[in-house]
Every structure is written in C-alpha cells, then in structure tokens.
Design a protein around this ligand. Sequence first.
Ligand code: CDP
Length: 222
Amino acid sequence: MTAYQKTSGKVIVAVDGHAASGKGTMARSLAEALNLAYLDTGSLYRAVGVAVLRAGGDPARDADAVRAAESLDLTKFSRDDLRSEAAGGAASTVAAIPGVRAALLEFQRRFAYQPPQNKAGAVLDGRDIGTVICPDADVKIFVTASLEARVERRIKELRAGGQAVIDARVRDDMIARDARDSGRSVAPMVAAADAWVLDTTTLDAGQVLAQAKAFIARKLSR
Ligand code: CDP
C-alpha cells in the first residue's frame, strides 16, 4: 500500500457517523461551500454489496464479497439502485469483511490526499474516515442523531425516491445496521478521540451546515 502524506495547504475533512444522521447531506454541502472534492465512501460499500447480490452471491461470504470489491471499477460504477435499504444492508454486511475494506482503502486515501481537479482539499464521509482512512485529517466531525429521528429521515428519503416502505421494517433494519457497524472487529464505527460530535436530532440541514462551517473556521484558524 502506498503511504500518503498531507500536502501542505490542502485540507482534509473527515465526516463519520450513524446511518441517516445527516452526515451525507452535511458533507456534500460542506464540500460545495468550501470548494473541496467530495467522496461518499458509503457508495463504494453499497456498490460492492449490490454487485454481490446481482451476481447471485452472498454478501456475508468472504470470497464473493472480496471478488466483487476487487473487480469493481471504483471510478465509474453506477450509483443507480444504491440507495435502497437492501443495498444498505448488503453494504454493511460486506463492510465487515477485512478483504473488502482492504480493497477499497487505497482509492479512498488517494482521493483524500491527492484530491481530483487539484482542489484545495477533500471532504470524505463514512464510518472510519477519521480513525482509519485519514487519521491525520485536519477536521474530524462525528454526526449522530436519535434513533427515532434517523428512522423518520430514512423513511422520508426512501418514500421520496419512490420506494414502498414499511415503517417498522426500516426501524429494525436501522437497529441491525447500527449494531453491525459498531460491533464489527475491523474498523468499527466509532468517533475518533479528536472528533467533534454533532447531534443533529433537533437541527435541520441548514443549521447543521452552519454549525459545521463555524466549527471548521474555528479549527482551521488555530
Ligand atoms: O447513508 P447511510 O448512512 O445509511 O449509509 P452509507 O454511508 O451509504 O453506508 C452504507 C454502509 O456501508 C454502512 O452501514 C457501513 O456498514 C458501510 N460503510 C463502512 O463500513 N465504511 C465507510 N467508510 C462507509 C460505509
């Protein structure tokens, strides 16, 4: 694996947190506001999970998942169909397999340390950005919200995307996914010791963005 070093003057913002906590919306709008490159690392795991399902494989089987991760073209996989709960569940299953995480590591690091289009830096969102992918990130934010708020948001998101939704099922899936993501032995979801924890339970997207921008401005001016 190539070792990457931060280029001086470039900024890395690591955003981690719970499913449907608002971290994706926040990270994307932060990147836009600060003119930084943006990578949704969850979509990489979702693409692997969906590729395994499409090939008729089992996301929990190491060989199926690692083969899919190693053969995926990370620069141009389709983002279609990745937002379903089935894709999220398959993603969190393959994400617990060390060979899958290893196959996706280099791409994420290169993106962070050598951002495309020579941008001044990058925002990455996921579960292990501040702990494993970029432990030396300039800014680390861990986004969370109550289970009820996250379930409500996910139901809205799925309905807006035209998907049929059973509320109790979304709640059960969310609880199962939280447990899998926090409980796995490799790169578990956990706030880095030096992360700022932002609870978005009572905040809308605009308030979340405003708080994150203020935090980054304070952090980078030190
Ligand atoms: O959008 P949501 O928060 O529901 O999920 P996501 O960010 O698209 O991630 C889907 C799944 O991929 C998560 O439940 C994790 O298991 C896995 N993942 C991971 O393990 N590490 C990352 N850096 C990003 C996602």
